[in-house]
Ligand binder design. Structure first.
Ligand code: ZN
Length: 171
């Protein structure tokens, strides 16, 4: 009849746990296969225990729900600030556009008074500098300088928007 249990089992398990061995237990361990099995099992349990403790601790290390909530609030606020900044930039661009349009309309209306002098200066740059270009343009139909000047401003503002838009879109 083979033995399946030993009276010293619990003593061996306790010794493994505490690390306190006495001589009689060590002598018994050498003679008793059951207690050697118990010792081995107890050592395995001890080796596994720190890992279990670590995983329990990592659960404790999980961020506090309140901290998560605060972080979410903060990022929400940052996103709102970024949106506001983007809107502000668009307002700036719109203002520049409106100013350009207003200036060109005003210049078109008051061309005879103020435009004359500007036309004299710009006229040289625009008309005398590129005679071939303007000669070609005039060939397509009657063009007067206020309309030309206004459309030049409009083109400039559109170019400005074309430059500004990719910059805004990238951010
Ligand atoms: Zn035993």
């Amino acid at each position: 009849m083979s033995q399946t249990s030993c009276s010293q089992e619990s003593a061996v398990a306790r010794a493994v746990r505490t690390g306190e061995w006495n001589e009689t237990l060590e002598v018994h361990l050498r003679e008793c296969a059951i207690c050697r099995g118990v010792q081995e099992a107890a050592r395995w349990m001890q080796a596994l225990a720190p890992a279990a403790q670590r995983s329990a601790q990592s659960q404790n290390d999980l961020p506090d729900p309140q901290i998560l909530w605060l972080r979410a609030q903060l990022s929400e606020r940052q996103a709102a600030a970024e949106r506001a900044q983007k809107v502000l930039r668009w307002v700036e661009v719109a203002c520049v556009m409106a100013a350009c349009a207003g200036l060109s309309i005003w210049l078109a209306w008051n061309w005879n008074g103020i435009g004359g002098e500007i036309a004299d200066r710009l006229g040289w740059a625009l008309f005398d500098a590129w005679p071939a270009f303007w000669a070609n343009l005039y060939a397509y139909g009657p063009v007067n300088s206020p309309i030309l000047f206004s459309s030049a401003l409009a083109v400039i503002s559109f170019v400005a928007i074309g430059v500004a838009y990719p910059l805004l879109a990238r951010e």
